[in-house]
Ligand binder design. Structure first.
Ligand SMILES: Cc1ncc(COP(=O)(O)O)c(C=O)c1O
Length: 390
């Protein structure tokens, strides 16, 4: 099976590479019947939450999983060693505030550690920002389509979503977003590069937008894919933070740093805002393995970012081939690209599946394709050429 392909087969081994020793299985008790009484009451609006759709999984066949914008490269040996070392102490709680990691991130970004808070993935950092900022009835403005966690996080916080459609070029419509801000708006979320469409925000347009947003409205800048950006005119987030204390930056170790499975991300902002986010954060929210792996990843950043450059080179190769085959693909600064297939979305997802490719479809809208190993990318190019010819 090719590296990076996923299959249902269980290939777990212990650290020495030998299969796990057989252990006597604990007998499974019969499933307990449900009580006849009514279950306790939960918030009625939870039933209407849109489901977060995880990237597709294979059906046992070896498939290229290009549905979750993951990094195709395995962790560096140094990162694996840090994880193994930390694993020896998992009988202990992790450092509650991830102090070493927080300080390492702060040093890397050139800000004080009181301006950084770590979380169990940047999606948790976003949820904590919402808890810290929103009360029931408040409004949160965000572009749509964008990252599917936004509507869920907003609704869970008790706030109301105000979605602003993307432009025809699949970019944020920043003037329309500024116009959507009302007295009830507490937070505006921006995503650069935008998942799932790809374009990144430019510095000049973002500064103009921030100047139009009231100072007491929090503006989240989600930069999950920032390491893949090559356009020199995109938002300079750290300079923006220095000028606009109402901006909170979200970043992650899940993508460029290849630690999606460990769950670690962080928020950077004004110390008062970050203190509030820390106050509502899940205690011990970042596990010890993630803390150690992230610190080591920052130490080995050069090597990791070289791998990112390989993905960026692949992105340019794929986009050129795909556009040459007649596809209209929006500009992308991320490790994925967008195909606005509309009604053809579901048939395309099925055709990709038949070709051994797990892509992420958004029914009626389009398909997001992750840039992965060259072999997977070649299969994508082949499929897109054939689809145009058929
Ligand atoms: C825009 C965006 N933000 C945040 C995340 C989540 O990152 P994390 O794994 O750090 O929770 C993703 C993951 O797909 C994403 O696309």
């Amino acid at each position: 099976m090719a590296r990076g392909k996923s299959a249902a087969k269980d290939t777990r081994k212990n650290s020495k590479g030998a299969p796990p020793a057989p252990v006597e299985a604990t007998p499974t008790p019969p499933e307990a019947p449900l009580a006849k009484r009514r279950p306790a009451r939960v918030r009625p609006d939870i039933a209407s939450l849109p489901a977060y759709v995880p990237g597709a999984r294979g059906d046992g066949r070896a498939m290229w999983k290009i549905s979750s914008n993951e990094n195709p490269a395995h962790p560096l040996p140094g990162v694996l060693a840090a994880i193994a070392d930390a694993a020896e102490d998992v009988n202990r709680y992790p450092d509650m505030y991830a102090v070493e990691l927080t300080e390492a991130i702060a040093r890397r970004l050139g800000v004080g550690p009181e301006r950084v808070v770590c979380a169990n993935g940047s999606v948790s950092a976003l949820a904590h920002v919402m808890s810290a900022a929103c009360l029931s009835g408040d409004e949160v403005v965000y572009p749509w389509r964008s990252f599917e966690a936004y509507p869920i996080t907003v609704q869970v916080s008790g706030a109301t979503s105000v979605r602003v459609p993307l432009t025809a070029e699949a970019r944020h419509d920043l003037p329309a977003m500024a116009a959507a801000v009302t007295d009830r708006t507490r937070v505006v979320i921006t995503c650069s590069p935008n998942n799932p469409t790809g374009p990144a925000l430019r510095d000049a347009e973002f500064r103009e937008f921030l100047a139009a947003v009231p100072e007491d409205v929090l503006v989240v800048l989600d930069e999950a894919y920032i390491e893949y950006v090559r356009d020199p005119d995109v938002v300079d987030a750290l300079a923006i933070l220095a000028d606009f204390p109402n901006v909170v930056l979200l970043r992650t170790f899940s993508k460029a740093y290849g630690l999606a499975g460990l769950r670690v991300g962080f928020a950077v902002g004004d110390p008062a805002v970050i203190a509030a986010v820390r106050a509502v954060s899940t205690p011990f929210g970042v596990n010890a393995l993630a803390q150690r792996a992230a610190v080591e990843s920052l130490r080995l950043e050069r090597q990791l970012l070289d791998r990112v450059s390989e993905t960026v080179a692949e992105r340019e190769r794929v986009l050129e081939a795909v556009r040459r085959a007649g596809w209209d693909v929006p500009e992308t600064e991320a490790n994925f690209f967008w195909l606005a297939l509309g009604r053809d979305t579901v048939p395309f997802v099925d055709a990709a599946h038949d070709a051994g490719l797990l892509v992420r479809g958004f029914a009626g809208e389009g398909v997001r394709v992750t840039i992965a190993e060259p072999e997977a990318n070649d299969a994508v190019i082949r499929l897109l050429r054939e689809w145009k010819r058929s």
